[in-house]
Design a protein around this ligand. Structure first.
Ligand SMILES: Cc1cc2nc3c(=O)[nH]c(=O)nc-3n(C[C@H](O)[C@H](O)[C@H](O)COP(=O)(O)OP(=O)(O)OC[C@H]3O[C@@H](n4cnc5c(N)ncnc54)[C@H](O)[C@@H]3O)c2cc1C
Length: 471
């Protein structure tokens, strides 16, 4: 395992010299806020030795030069809403926080792009675009919780609109980054296409802070969808609901969102968020939220009618409008509904081919019974991305942690059999390293390790994430 040096008083002095006295600290009262992200299970948490709040890319570069020279781990952190333990400083060292690098630097509504600093809240980017009648299409459900663009880029965040617009990697033109050695590097360009060497920006997107620190991004904007309609299709059987995605796509409709909530999820939201949800107490109740749009109201209506026909064909029980205050609020706040039920829960992020979701849902019911684990499930069904929240409730810690290991071995093995992967959008972080190494074939894993070595020869950039560097 890589050996690191401690953050000494001299290093603290040097950090303060770079960012200013007020913006570097090793005070434990301050550090405690950075020992975790959204993770409540203490076995995943770890205290850093120092926190710094840079204001410019140049300061980030100076910090990295120092960390590289002294061999100190650096963990970048944006909004701290991650669900994979990616921003937890598992090897100690410095946490680099982007609170001061939170500005929209330029928004060009004519040419449809926006240039932002890494710590800009995603919600602010969305709102700034909206003020110009435009859309920033990255839309993880954590915008209200405070996720920031640097974190979205580094995890390749998805969300409710990914079925139409793709994940964060599809929204990025270019990045300004700082390397592990402290070089400032611009990658990508504001171009519709290019075949000019390796697409390094795409490699850095989704690399969870292990290859470079992102300090700025130029992002794509697009026309705000018009005449949107949010439909709620209610089923009494999850299998019927799962017939929808491919039928909708085959009908030539490109929905903005296609979201599923299973019975446990609906009932937990009703109880814990105190939302009056239709049909919530009925056996097998399953929701599918479908958002569509049209250039004209007539076009949107026509799509709605077509979808209503498809829903009828697969056996819908009821069709309603999915209002923002109840249905969408429930979908967005599933993490809160789960946390009220069980402070400690494990948020799965598995992804399978869309036509295999039904098999996976059956397996989940089986595993729930085998391991006696309570779960609730919500899914971006247009993307095959399933969020299962496995809840500890009152299971004692030791029993819970070992039960979870067995549940995971079974679940992930099946996901890979179906042609799936461990994570569709949250990343591997520090929590799924063992499984990443277990399920990734040897050769691609070797290449990933080799790439990490080229970018970060001393293994100081967010160590202890995605995979172990030493075989
Ligand atoms: C209520 C809730 C709903 C959520 N819904 C979704 C969803 O719909 N879709 C989805 O994809 N995720 C979702 N998430 C997970 C989380 O919000 C995303 O992973 C998000 O992208 C994390 O952004 P952040 O700013 O909080 O990053 P952080 O948690 O601070 O960091 C995430 C990772 O990025 C790295 N990182 C952060 N900033 C930088 C940087 N500047 N340079 C390099 N590396 C960096 C960190 O080291 C870490 O590995 C949800 C979380 C919650 C709590």
């Amino acid at each position: 395992m890589t050996q690191y040096n401690p953050v000494t008083d001299d290093i603290m002095k040097a950090l303060k010299h770079i960012v200013g006295d007020r913006f570097a600290s090793n005070n434990p009262d301050k550090l405690v806020a950075y020992k975790t992200d959204q993770e409540e299970n203490v076995i995943f948490q770890h205290m850093p030795e120092a926190v710094v709040y840079p204001e410019t890319t140049e300061q980030v570069a100076e910090i990295m030069k120092l960390a590289n020279e002294k061999r100190i781990p650096v963990t970048p952190r944006s909004g701290g809403t991650g669900l994979a333990g990616g921003a937890i400083p598992v090897r100690g060292g410095i946490v680099l926080v982007f609170d001061r690098m939170n500005k929209i630097l330029e928004l060009d509504p004519e040419n449809l792009y926006v240039r932002v600093q890494a710590g800009t809240p995603t919600l602010e980017i969305q709102n700034a675009a909206k003020a110009h009648g435009l859309l920033y299409a990255g839309d993880p459900c954590s915008t209200d919780a405070g996720c920031e663009i640097g974190g979205n880029i580094s995890t390749n965040a998805g969300g409710n609109k990914a079925v139409r617009f793709g994940t964060t990697r599809n929204q990025v033109y270019s990045l300004r980054c700082v390397t592990a050695q402290g070089e400032i590097m611009d990658v990508g360009a504001r171009l519709k296409k290019q075949s000019t060497g390796y697409a390094l920006e795409q490699l850095i997107i989704g690399s969870e802070g292990t290859l470079a620190i992102v300090t700025e991004a130029t992002l794509k904007l697009q026309a705000l969808p018009q005449n949107t309609i949010d439909m709620l299709a209610i089923f009494n059987d999850v299998d019927k609901a799962l017939k929808l995605p491919n039928k909708i796509l085959k009908a030539g409709i490109n929905p903005i969102s296609l979201e599923l909530m299973d019975t446990n999820c609906i009932q937990l939201c009703k109880k814990n968020l105190e939302i009056d949800l239709p049909h919530a107490d009925e056996k097998g109740v399953t929701y599918v939220i479908i958002t569509i749009d049209g250039l004209t109201a007539d076009e949107a209506d026509e799509k709605m009618e077509k979808i209503a026909d498809i829903c009828d064909e697969v056996g819908v029980v009821d069709m309603l409008m999915a209002d923002q205050d109840r249905i969408w609020r429930a979908r967005r706040d599933i993490a809160e509904a789960t946390r009220i039920e069980s402070l400690v829960f494990y948020a799965e992020d598995i992804v399978v081919p869309v036509d295999k979701i039904s098999d996976l849902m059956k397996k989940l019911t089986e595993l729930e019974a085998t391991y006696g684990i309570r779960t609730m499930t919500a899914a971006h069904i247009g993307d095959g991305n399933i969020h299962v929240h496995a809840m500890q409730c009152d299971t004692p810690d030791e029993v819970w942690n070992s039960k979870l290991d067995d549940f995971h071995a079974d679940l992930y093995g099946y996901v890979y059999q179906l042609g799936g992967r461990l994570s569709g959008e949250h990343g591997i972080g520090s929590k799924k390293i063992r499984e990443m190494e277990m399920f990734t074939p040897k050769v691609p894993l070797q290449y990933m390790r080799a790439i990490k070595k080229v970018f970060d020869p001393q293994n100081i950039l967010n160590p202890g994430k995605i995979f172990t560097v030493e075989e």
